[in-house]
Design a protein around this ligand. Structure first.
Ligand SMILES: [Zn+2]
Length: 476
């Protein structure tokens, strides 16, 4: 693997004003990597000229992106657990959005749990927004939650009005008491309510009757895996599909772990059911065979399955059955993750990956000959399109000025202690990945450089406003 030496004039640096013109030898424009000059003004992309760079372009640009580096649209990560307020010691808006910036992610959507309060009322949404407002470094939007208590009284409609991007529910215990699961009847009611709003219903789909938590009381990874079998996912997804078919709801399967879901999803979609699906970097880049017993930094639910399953998930992504790749960034304290003496039942489930998702995905994709363009689309354009984040995940006139400079040839040694996360735990600790985010621009402002770290400016939270209309308000 060769790497072009860095030259000082090609390295993004902190500037006193936001970059206005970005000249890139390679930029992802119209789905292909090509030379382009991108002009930014007041948080938007106002011009894109896809043509070879002249000497004047290079000289006059505020930021020059030289090959092998590429200019990508900043990623859009629609599955992030920030946990603040309430469990800020697990992660918070400052650290989560700093990690996002460092990972090339320009927009996150925050899950309605594991914060306290959970985002199941307008009041709770206001609390979360107020906490986020003074400390986010990338765009942040919010999911609402559908729980037994807030169904049937117009609460989902009020949350939707107030700007959430859709509603999350669980079919099995969520892990926190404040966010109970829905039974089959409640799932159907939630589907009917969200169908009425035409809001996405996003589902953590495992069948509690097929989970065997006592089997996980062990340090052996195979025991943990056996406690959450493929059948738990297929059974729950069958019910979600049924609810969508009966109500016309738009359902989305979160963190597909078992490749056995793929034919179910493909068939339902073929029959006209409005169903989409995501998976995560850990399911695509890690496999059960390499997880040591007791290594609870790898614990997540549903679990990381075997190598054959991993390969089948890639096929599902390549053939379009899986729509997008998002992190499910879900940290906890080091004590909760690692302090259970390797006992899979007691350790908290959830993997921190906001900062390394792109590099992990690129490391695997490159090994399989899958181009960077596709990885960027799965992690940016696709989730943005699914959830109505218009003008994100693309470099185009009128789109948000959210960009990432990525070096696809740089080596990235992962040291958990060096990450932006509040807690120094990640499943990729000690690995060397390929690909590094050199700079991230959000709303036209440079928020991250590999040399300078995070520029801790503040970006106001993003709210869904009407049909696909959004505001980006950079306080810079
Ligand atoms: Zn999650």
């Amino acid at each position: 693997m060769s790497s072009t030496p860095r030259q000082p004039d090609q390295t993004p640096s902190r500037q006193s004003r936001p970059p206005r013109t970005v000249a890139a030898e390679l930029a992802l424009v119209d789905g292909v990597l090509q030379p382009a000059i991108v002009t930014l003004d007041r948080g938007r992309i106002v011009a894109v000229a896809a043509r070879p760079l002249s000497a004047a372009d290079r000289r006059d640009a505020d930021l020059l992106v030289a090959a092998p580096r590429v200019l990508l649209p900043a990623l859009v990560d629609t599955h992030v657990h920030v946990n603040e307020p309430g469990r800020t010691e697990w992660e918070g808006f400052d650290t989560a959005t700093a990690a996002a910036a460092a990972g090339g992610v320009g927009t996150i959507l925050d899950m309605p749990l594991n914060s306290i309060p959970v985002t199941t009322t307008v009041r709770a949404l206001q609390v979360k927004r107020a906490v986020a407002v003074s400390q986010t470094h990338v765009n942040v939007g919010f999911w609402g939650g559908a729980v037994p208590d807030n169904l049937g009284a117009g609460q989902l409609a009020r949350l939707w009005e107030a700007g959430v991007y859709g509603f999350k529910c669980f079919t099995s215990p969520s892990g926190v008491d404040e966010f109970p699961a829905l039974d089959d009847d409640q799932l159907l009611r939630a589907a009917a309510e969200t169908a009425e709003l035409d809001a996405p219903l996003i589902v953590h789909a495992e069948d509690p009757d097929l989970l065997a938590p006592q089997r996980a009381e062990s340090t052996v990874y195979a025991d943990f895996l056996a406690s959450r079998p493929d059948a738990a996912e297929t059974s729950a997804v069958t019910r979600v599909i049924d609810a969508a078919r009966r109500t016309g709801a738009r359902v989305h399967i979160l963190h597909v772990s078992s490749a056995r879901l793929l034919p179910l999803i493909a068939q339902a979609r073929g029959e006209g059911v409005r169903i989409t699906a995501e998976t995560c970097p850990h399911y695509l880049t890690l496999a059960a065979e390499e997880i040591p017993d007791g290594a609870t930094q790898y614990k997540c639910c549903p679990p990381i399955r075997d190598e054959r399953n991993r390969e089948a998930l890639w096929q599902g992504l390549l053939d379009g059955t899986i729509d997008c790749v998002v992190s499910d960034h879900s940290p906890a304290t080091a004590r909760l993750k690692l302090g259970a003496d390797g006992d899979w039942a007691r350790a908290w489930g959830g993997i921190a990956s906001l900062q390394t998702g792109l590099a992990a995905m690129w490391t695997s994709a490159r090994g399989m000959g899958i181009p960077l363009e596709r990885v960027a689309a799965w992690m940016g354009e696709a989730p943005a399109r699914l959830f109505g984040l218009a003008g994100r995940g693309v470099i185009a006139v009128g789109a948000a000025a959210d960009l990432a400079v990525f070096d696809p040839e740089a080596e990235l040694p992962v040291d958990a202690a060096e990450m932006q996360y509040r807690n120094p735990v990640t499943a990729w600790d000690g690995r060397t990945l390929t690909g590094q985010v050199d700079a991230t621009i959000v709303g036209g402002r440079l928020v991250w450089t590999a040399e300078g770290g995070v520029d801790r400016g503040v970006i106001r939270p993003l709210l869904r406003r009407g049909a696909g209309v959004h505001t980006v308000e950079s306080c810079a």
